[in-house]
Design a protein around this ligand. Structure first.
Ligand SMILES: [Cu+2]
Length: 154
């Protein structure tokens, strides 16, 4: 009787530990569809970043993991600018990228977005992996001139 009780406890502990371990490892790319579908898009928060020569405004944004976001990249400059953030794009589940009134793109993950002068792109996504990430412009010396932004997922 005593032996059975101990075995049951051991089994229960294994189940609990395994449960925690799997719950902790969300893969934003592999589980993209489920993460995107589970997010509450009615409570979506819109965040706008203005691109210009040579800056992102605001230069620092904090996102909450699991929340639905629309990130609007609005280029008010006279040149095209990039929003390159490969590590950030791997840490989020992307629902779609929309060029308002023109079309939308659905893909498992992104590497970079380029916004033309006076153009706008909208990124619909759910932040997943907590951490600090960097966005930057890869055109000429734009990054050196100040086109670098901090993206945090908490
Ligand atoms: Cu640029």
């Amino acid at each position: 009787m005593k032996k059975i009780t101990l075995t049951s406890w051991a089994a229960l502990i294994v189940i609990v530990i395994t449960g925690f371990a799997t719950a902790d490892v969300l893969d934003p790319i592999a589980q993209r569809e489920k993460i995107v579908n589970d997010a509450n898009w009615k409570e979506m928060e819109t965040v706008t970043i203005t691109l210009n020569e040579h800056s992102y405004t605001p230069g620092r944004i904090t996102f909450k993991a699991g929340k639905a976001y629309k990130l609007v990249l609005k280029n008010e400059g006279e040149k095209a600018h990039y929003f390159t953030a490969p590590e950030f794009y791997m840490a989020i589940s992307t629902r779609k990228v929309e060029a308002p009134k023109q079309g939308e793109i659905k893909a498992p993950h992104l590497l970079a977005l380029e916004v033309m002068a006076n153009g706008t792109l909208e990124l619909f996504f759910v932040p997943v992996i907590k951490g600090n990430y960097t966005a930057y412009c890869t055109i000429e010396d734009h990054r050196k001139q100040g086109m670098e932004g901090a993206l945090q997922i908490e």
